[in-house]
Write a protein that binds this ligand. Structure first.
Ligand SMILES: NC(=O)c1ccc[n+]([C@@H]2O[C@H](COP(=O)([O-])OP(=O)(O)OC[C@H]3O[C@@H](n4cnc5c(N)ncnc54)[C@H](OP(=O)(O)O)[C@@H]3O)[C@@H](O)[C@H]2O)c1
Length: 341
C-alpha cells in the first residue's frame, strides 16, 4: 500500500459532443480513486492546466490532425505538474515536468507522455512551459523562423496579435528586423500590442474602418502573414500581399469547425500574380528542434526581449467554460488554470 492509497482524483470528462464551440455543459467534473501505477508509469500532481483554442477542433466530430476525443474520457490537455510517485527510470519523485496529462488533478501516465523537465527558475513561473516556453512560443518560433523566413525590413502581419502565439510571433519577427503589424480585437488589445509587445503598428478588426486601417498600416504591402484566424480578417490581408509573399496558417479562430465555412473572395489570382506561398504550420512537426528553441526562448524571455501575458483562473471547476471564453476574446494572454501554487 503506497502513501497515496485512497487519494481522490477530480477529472474533467467530455460528456456530450459539441457542435462548434464547446461550452461548460459539454463537460462533467467527476471523482475517482487514483489507480496503482504500472511499471513505467508516473503519478503526476498537476499544478497548471492549459486551455487552448485547438481544443474546439479536438472535441468536434470534424476532419482534423487527430481523432475526436472519445465521449467519457478525460479532456486531453498539456499540463505542468510534479512527479509524486515514479515507477519509471526516466523521472524521479519531485521532478517538475510538462506533458500531456489532461484536465485532472492527478495523472497516472506512461513516462513517454512527458514532453520535458521544467527547470526550477526563480524568475520564470512553471506555467510558462504551457505558453511562451511551450507549444505557443514554439509555434511562433518555428512558424516565423522556419516557415515565413522574413528578411529584415519586411512587413510582417500577425493576427490574434495580443494573444499568446501572436504576441510571440510579432516579437520574434521584430527581433529579425521586420516591421510588425498586429491585428487584434478592441482598443485595449491594440494598446497591448503597441505598448506591451512592441508592434510597429496595430489595427482593431472590430472597427468599421479595419480594412482601410490595415491598408494604411501597410503602405508597402504585406511580405509575410502569420495567420491565426482565417476568414474575413485574412481576406483583407491577402488583398495586400506583395510579390513572393508567404503566409503561414497557424490557426483558424474565426472559422467554424466542420463543413460550413463561409465563402469569401477567392485568393487564387492574388497568389498567382504575386507568386505567393501559403503553408500550414503544426508545431509538432518541429519536435527535434524543441530543446534548442526552448533554450533560446528562455534566454529571450529572461532578458526581456520577449514579453508575455498570462490569463490565470483558479481551480479545476473553471475548466469547462474556459474554451468558450477564448472565442469571445475574453482572455488577455495565455489561458491557464492553476490547481496548486
Ligand atoms: N498550429 C499550431 O501548431 C498551433 C499551436 C498553438 C496554437 N495555435 C493556434 O494559434 C492561435 C492562437 O492561440 P493562442 O493559444 O495564442 O490563443 P490566444 O490568441 O491567446 O487566444 C485566442 C484569441 O483569438 C481571438 N479570436 C477568438 N475568436 C476569434 C474570431 N472569431 N475572429 C478573430 N479572432 C478571434 C481572440 O483575440 P481578440 O480578442 O484579439 O479577438 C482570442 O483572445 C489559435 O488559433 C491556435 O489554435 C496553433
Amino acid at each position: 500500500v503506497s502513501s497515496r492509497a485512497g487519494l481522490v482524483n477530480r477529472q474533467v470528462i467530455l460528456a456530450r459532443r459539441p457542435l462548434g464551440i464547446p461550452q461548460a455543459e459539454h463537460f462533467d467534473v467527476t471523482s475517482s480513486l487514483v489507480p496503482a501505477l504500472d511499471p513505467g508509469q508516473l503519478l503526476i500532481r498537476n499544478h497548471y492546466l492549459s486551455v487552448d483554442p485547438a481544443m474546439r477542433g479536438w472535441v468536434n466530430e470534424a476532419d482534423n490532425y487527430r481523432a475526436p476525443v472519445p465521449l467519457g474520457s478525460v479532456m486531453p490537455a498539456s499540463a505542468v505538474g510534479q512527479v509524486v510517485e515514479s515507477r519509471s527510470d526516466h523521472f524521479g519523485r519531485g521532478a517538475l515536468v510538462v506533458g500531456r496529462f489532461g484536465w485532472q488533478e492527478y495523472a497516472a501516465v506512461q513516462a513517454e507522455l512527458v514532453d520535458r523537465v521544467v527547470e526550477p527558475d526563480d524568475r520564470l513561473a512553471p506555467s510558462l512551459a504551457l505558453g511562451v516556453l511551450g507549444a505557443n512560443g514554439l509555434a511562433a518560433w518555428f512558424g516565423v523562423r522556419e516557415v515565413l523566413r522574413p528578411s529584415p525590413g519586411d512587413t510582417v502581419v500577425v493576427s490574434t496579435a495580443a494573444g499568446s502565439v501572436g504576441s510571440a510571433a510579432g516579437q520574434i519577427a521584430a527581433l529579425m528586423g521586420c516591421r510588425t503589424i498586429g491585428i487584434a480585437g478592441g482598443a485595449s488589445k491594440v494598446d497591448m500590442c503597441l505598448e506591451g509587445f512592441g508592434f510597429t503598428a496595430a489595427v482593431d478588426y472590430h472597427s468599421p474602418s479595419f480594412a482601410a486601417d490595415l491598408r494604411a498600416a501597410c503602405p508597402d504591402g504585406v511580405d509575410r502573414y502569420f495567420d491565426n484566424t482565417g476568414g474575413w480578417i485574412t481576406d483583407q490581408v491577402m488583398s495586400l500581399l506583395n510579390v513572393h509573399a508567404s503566409v503561414a496558417i497557424c490557426g483558424t479562430a474565426s472559422l467554424p469547425v466542420g463543413d460550413a465555412a463561409p465563402m469569401g473572395p477567392r485568393w487564387e489570382r492574388r497568389l498567382l500574380t504575386r507568386r505567393a506561398r501559403v503553408e500550414g504550420v503544426l508545431v509538432g512537426d518541429f519536435r527535434e528542434g524543441f530543446p534548442d528553441a526552448v533554450r533560446q526562448l528562455t534566454d529571450l524571455v529572461r532578458s526581456g526581449h520577449i514579453a508575455y501575458r498570462e490569463d490565470v483562473s483558479q481551480g479545476l471547476d473553471s475548466a469547462p467554460s474556459a474554451i468558450a471564453g477564448l472565442f469571445e476574446g475574453a482572455n488577455t494572454g495565455k489561458r491557464v488554470i492553476r490547481l496548486v501554487g
